[in-house]
Design a protein around this ligand. Sequence first.
Ligand SMILES: [Fe+2]
Length: 293
Amino acid sequence: MDVAKAIAILLTNGGKAKDYIGLDKIKKKGVPKIMVPTSSGTGAEVTFTAVFLDEETGSKAGMNGDPLYPDAAILDPNLTLSLPAHVTAYTGIDALTHALEAYTSTQAHAISEIYSLEAIKLISQHLPKAFANGDDIEARSGMLMGSLLGGKALATAGVGLVHAMAYPMGGMFGIPHGLANAVLLPYVIDFNMIGSMKKYAALANVLGEETHGLTLREASYLTVVALWNLNNDVAIPSNLEELDITQDKIHEMAEIALTVTRPVENNPRKPSLEDVIHVYTQAYNGTLSAFSL
Ligand SMILES: [Fe+2]
């Protein structure tokens, strides 16, 4: 889908893909494009972003701008039935991360929150079923709609620190985007919690937890635990060590993560270099403060 977006604007704008890396560098609308996703993750069928690997630098780079918005998206769950279980899990948690990070983004607003909440509900209900039985057409449908709504949420409110911290894990260790996000997700929410406690507390209900009589902090912790359990259900490794990331690279990864400026700025808690090192270290050791509940 990202290649289609890039070709569509290159046909009308000319030049090379590299000329348009960054924000709002594309001047003319592209040729019409209809997106048909075959996984439930990126939400690229409704976003204005196209991401590529720069083979010279080894890092990912994206073009961003309104001309990249697709003209139509067609969701057919039959096209996702053959997605292997582990790809279903990685892409599904990526979609969930889009919705969660958009929900607590500093750019969130009434409309983006509607997209986020519905996406979180759909994905948390349907991902374990789609993982357990890839032929479950109802679960596949729910995941496709959840992924699209997560894309709408991220297109309007942006993503946060999970995405920034996942970025160097892809660049330095070749870990797939969705997998890196999934492993980091509970740890980053654990860190973010005090920055948006009311919203994180509200998410516990959306994720199916019972919060009656709980304090905001207790309900927020339940959100972290629910995400941890969901990861566990779909066989996501529980820490960075299991991904063969070495501890001596944490400092370098943290420095790179902070260069991913927009997601860092969107994050509900402003992270320092020490903070990012701390979160990677927690994720390496498998330590969550929510476990103290
Ligand atoms: Fe993502």
